[in-house]
Design a binder for this molecule. Sequence first.
Ligand SMILES: [Fe+2]
Length: 336
Amino acid sequence: MKQLASYPQAKFDVMRSLGYIGEVDGIVREALSNKRSPLWGALQETLFHLNIKLMSEGFALGTPRGELEWKIRSLIENVEKEMAPKAHIPAHIVDAEEFIEWLKARIHEHRVTDHELFVYFDKNDLSDEEIRYFLSNYRVNMQRFHLHVAAYSLFVPFKMREELYENLHDEFGQGDFEQAHPNLFEPLMEHFGGAREDDWNPETYHLLNTKMNLCWFADGLQYGLGGMGALELTIPAQQRRILANLRKRGLSEKLVKFFVVHCELDESHGDGWFAAGLPYIRSRSDFEKTYTAAMRMLDARAGVYDGILSGILRRRLESQGRKIAADQLEPQAQTA
Ligand SMILES: [Fe+2]
């Protein structure tokens, strides 16, 4: 949201209002009713920083920070839920297995799977700098994926944890820390010039915030199940197109290993999540929670790609504008 001129003011409004929880309801509603507005961006960035602080310093129970943060999170989640589209699950689906099959079909047809950004990868129409910008945004969520699995595992039944800890074992390189997924990503990120904080879009923050709400703070295990299961199921189709592009650029297999690993692993992870959660989704209300969370997570992931694509196109326009301005200045300079 750095691209929007009014962003600093919006950020200031959010920060100021969060200090007065009684007044913040209106500003949260305004932000969430106009997604992609500067105010929405500022809210996402603010919540992202609360989340990063939580990950590094804990929940701060019994302190003013802890109390204020619970209130803020609760308020934002209430408004999010209130504004979320209602789940429409066909009335004849009453069996959990049938529901999961139906849900997987909805997940596979979500727009994230065939996002326009991937057409740019297919056509090899991305500069190295644009790949760097993409990876930098991707990395924000990639680095913390395992934490959502770990936090979610705290409130699922013992039997279900087996699947989650297998997932974590894969995330940590199956016993070889050098091969832990965040470690595999770094050489690739460095190859393209490294990550910068000013690359990060509000949509990138929003995905992290969504994962936090669904996996760390949800009212029931169905939210994390739907959200994370949906993410895992859809990732290989996206990453195959990224991987194909990176190979076209002549990158070594070592550099692209992060994407190779995920194309192989994540579909089975997604199936594993739903198989492990199956015994715990019994009622229509469970179905609705699972479905709503799956769509919410995929919408947020698609939003990350929206943000990256619009960032790329905006940067292209800006550099075109600079070129035109320079071309116009040149003859004047010659005649001066
Ligand atoms: Fe991973």
